[in-house]
Each structure stands twice: as structure tokens, then as C-alpha cells.
Write a protein that binds this ligand. Structure first.
Ligand SMILES: [Cu+2]
Length: 175
């Protein structure tokens, strides 16, 4: 909901800037008193400017169309699994250690002592998603697992002598 409001405000603000820009650009077209060569240069610049505007507008339209990103779709409607993750020197405590392929998981991540880093790794130790685990805050990380298997949780922020051993495990099963 908050994201949606921010999105609408952004669109309105972007629209206002665009209208202002076009208004100034339209008023700048009157250069009849300049010598021919200067007029020609202005005309070339105008064409280049419009081309640049079209390209950047096209790229924006193509890439912003994905918002909000698929990972957070359904986040408000309860179609995801919620897992609470608490980091404490030097382990991860999860409210559930199992998730289902294709169903978004919303990790609510926090810590009890110092700041930790909550990193989810696949079997080949590729980092898939991460957020900070901080005392007094809950960071929400939404991730959709695409493959069944065993996943590992590693601490990504140095938190003391046994930081390297701060690991957890997590299983993802097929529907
Ligand atoms: Cu740590």
C-alpha cells in the first residue's frame, strides 16, 4: 500500500517535471532573428533532443512496467508464507525451516544482540537474497524459491569470534 502511494506520487511528480520541460522547450523555438547557420544548429539540436527524449522514455516505460517486482506480488493478500528469523551469536532461529517451491516466503528478520547479516545461499553457495538482521528492527525480505533442495543461511556481517560458524539450514520442497 505504502509502495503504491509512493509510486503514484512519483508518477505525478514526473509528469509535472515533463510538462514544465515541454513548456520551456516549446517557448525556446523562436530564433528567427539568428543567422541561418545558428538556426540550423538549433534545429539539429532539437532533433537530437527529441530523439534522446524518445529513447529514454521508451527505456523507462519498458523497465518500470515490472513494478512492483514479481517477488513482492501477493505480499498484501496473504498468499505467502511468513517465517520469522532471529539472529543471535552465533545461530539462526527460524519459526519454520521448510518452504514450498513457487510460494513467496516473507522472512521477517531481526536480531537479539548485535547486527548480523541474513544471507540465503543455494546448494552451490550462490547468494540468492540477503538483508540485515538488526536488534530492535524487523527487516522484511520476500523471496520465492524456484527449486526444491537444501538452502543455507549464513551470517554476512562480522559479529564476533564465531561469526564464520553462524549458519542455518532451510529446506524447500515441491508442492
Ligand atoms: Cu553474524
Amino acid at each position: 500500500m505504502v509502495q503504491h502511494i509512493a509510486w503514484v506520487i512519483t508518477l505525478v511528480a514526473m509528469g509535472a517535471v515533463t510538462i514544465g520541460f515541454l513548456w520551456v522547450a516549446a517557448g525556446a523555438g523562436n530564433f528567427a532573428e539568428y543567422p541561418g547557420i545558428v538556426q540550423k544548429a538549433y534545429r539539429i539540436r532539437k532533433v537530437l533532443f527529441i530523439a534522446l527524449l524518445a529513447v529514454s522514455g521508451g527505456v523507462s516505460a519498458a523497465t518500470l512496467g515490472d513494478l512492483p517486482y514479481a517477488a513482492t506480488h501477493g505480499a498484501e493478500s496473504g498468499k505467502f508464507q511468513v517465517i520469522d528469523a532471529v539472529g543471535a551469536r552465533w545461530q539462526w532461529e527460524l519459526s519454520a525451516d521448510r518452504a514450498v517451491v513457487g510460494q513467496p516466503v516473507r522472512f521477517r528478520v531481526t536480531a537479539t544482540d548485535v547486527t548480523h547479516g541474513f544471507g540465503i545461499y543455494d546448494e552451490s553457495m550462490r547468494l540468492l537474497a540477503q538483508t540485515q538482521a538488526m536488534p530492535g528492527y524487523t527487516n522484511v525480505l520476500t523471496y520465492t524459491f524456484r527449486q526444491a533442495g537444501r538452502y543455507r543461511l549464513l551470517c554476512l556481517e562480522y559479529c564476533g569470534v564465531a561469526h564464520h560458524g553462524m549458519m542455518g539450514e532451510f529446506t524447500v520442497v515441491d508442492r
